[in-house]
Write a protein that binds this ligand. Structure first.
Ligand code: ZN
Length: 408
């Protein structure tokens, strides 16, 4: 029985990890309906795991409890399988990981688990790969990965239960400075923001790449520039307006069909969102705001177009957006009969500064191409004031020997 328990625990951990990393990914690509479903499952799985662990410790009563926890986990597994069954999540994640040269053992466990969920336990090769991946990853590493994934989820605005073990290790690293503040500090460990203890200088505590990455965004754009031969072609389409407040910014989700072509490679526009003030600087100066247009290629590469917004005249496109701000945080909002063309946010000339950087929010993943347009657009002072976030810009990061290219 003990052996069996351990196996269930392993699988549960694997599923927690997959659900968590999937959630983080889905959150990023703004597939909100799936996020909510998987989020709930993650929470339940975490509880099931805790129940199992308790059963594992209390040997005499182990059989009875294990049967309970095992039963509910089987139901969760079925529900998760259903969510994964169309294979789209697997394809998406496979292509996302394909651009990264070396996959860590933890990610291999995650991938293998997703394959297992998608293709089913009938497939012998899949099961063998899952077991092999489990063997490759150290138990403690796996737990760390789950903790990291849970922190990432919490950071993405999910109300999830962080495993007891993750809390313990967080306590060890950061002893409470003040007895009264102890509870707050614990909560703060999984959130991120732009000020104080949750601010950008602390992101690296929970999201290592934010602290140690050498190709981080945003940058101060300043010469000398190298010449870029990249050719950008934007083909954005009008579609129904979908607004989303993720707690860190206002994001406009875009229906499939709007594309950016860089040279001959096509990227789909997923969403655009805003920062106040602009994250990028030009010769040391911020603009009032910036809009980031996030695109993804078929093989998972990310490219961001940045449009700087300088204080000036009223911006008619932003007038439409601000008139339809989401009433609630964390839920996609579709105002009735409002359509929008993201092209209305762009200047006519697509001259740009280009560099390789990262997501400007945790987990600060690198390998993102930035094209900051040279020509800014106007936004009125009044419109800047109506943006619901007073400060949501990461400070500029070190260039670390990168070259900034100018083109278009
Ligand atoms: Zn951004």
């Amino acid at each position: 029985m003990k052996k069996y328990l351990r196996l269930i625990l392993e699988i549960l951990l694997g599923i927690c990890l997959v659900a968590a990393s999937t959630l983080a990914y889905l959150n990023y690509s703004a597939k909100k309906h799936l996020v909510a479903e998987v989020g709930e499952l993650t929470e339940q799985l975490g509880e099931a795991k805790e129940a199992l662990e308790k059963a594992h410790e209390a040997e005499p009563a182990a059989d009875e409890h294990a049967a309970d926890a095992g039963g509910s986990s089987a139901q969760e597994l079925d529900a998760l399988k259903a969510a994964f069954s169309n294979g789209i999540v697997l394809q998406d994640i496979e292509s996302l990981y394909k651009v990264q040269k070396a996959l860590s053992a933890e990610r291999q466990v995650g991938m293998a688990s997703i394959r297992l969920l998608t293709k089913g336990a009938q497939d012998e090769g899949t099961v063998a790969a899952f077991q092999k991946a489990l063997e490759m990853a150290e138990w403690s590493n796996r737990l760390q990965t789950v903790c990291a994934a849970q922190n990432a989820l919490a950071a993405a605005g999910q109300k999830i239960k962080v495993l007891q073990d993750c809390k313990k290790s967080a306590d060890k690293e950061e002893p409470a400075k003040d007895a009264h503040g102890k509870k707050d500090e614990k909560a703060a460990a999984v959130h991120w923001g732009y000020e104080g203890d949750n601010g950008p200088e602390h992101w690296g505590d929970n999201f290592p790449v934010c602290g140690t990455g050498k190709k981080q965004s945003p940058l101060n754009i300043i010469g000398p520039f190298e010449k870029s031969k990249d050719v950008l072609n934007v083909d954005y389409k009008e579609g129904p307006l979908k607004m989303f407040n993720n707690g860190h910014t206002i994001q406009v989700n875009v229906e499939p069909g709007s594309t950016l072509t860089i040279n001959k490679e096509s990227y789909d526009l997923l969403q655009f969102h805003f920062h106040r003030p602009s994250e990028e600087q030009v010769e040391g100066k911020n603009s009032a705001m910036v809009a980031h247009f996030v695109h993804k290629s078929k093989d998972g590469k990310l490219a961001v177009i940045g449009v700087l917004l300088n204080e000036g005249k009223d911006n008619s496109a932003i007038k439409t957006l601000w008139a339809n701000l989401p009433p609630k945080e964390g839920e996609e909002y579709l105002p009735e009969k409002v359509s929008f063309n993201p092209a209305n946010m762009l200047p006519k000339e697509l001259g740009f500064y280009n560099y390789e950087g990262s997501l400007t929010t945790p987990p600060c993943t690198e390998g993102v191409q930035f094209y900051i347009l040279k020509k800014p657009m106007d936004i009125s002072k009044d419109q800047v004031g109506k943006f619901p976030f007073k400060l949501n810009a990461r400070p500029v990061q070190s260039l670390n020997g990168r070259k900034i290219n100018a083109g278009g």
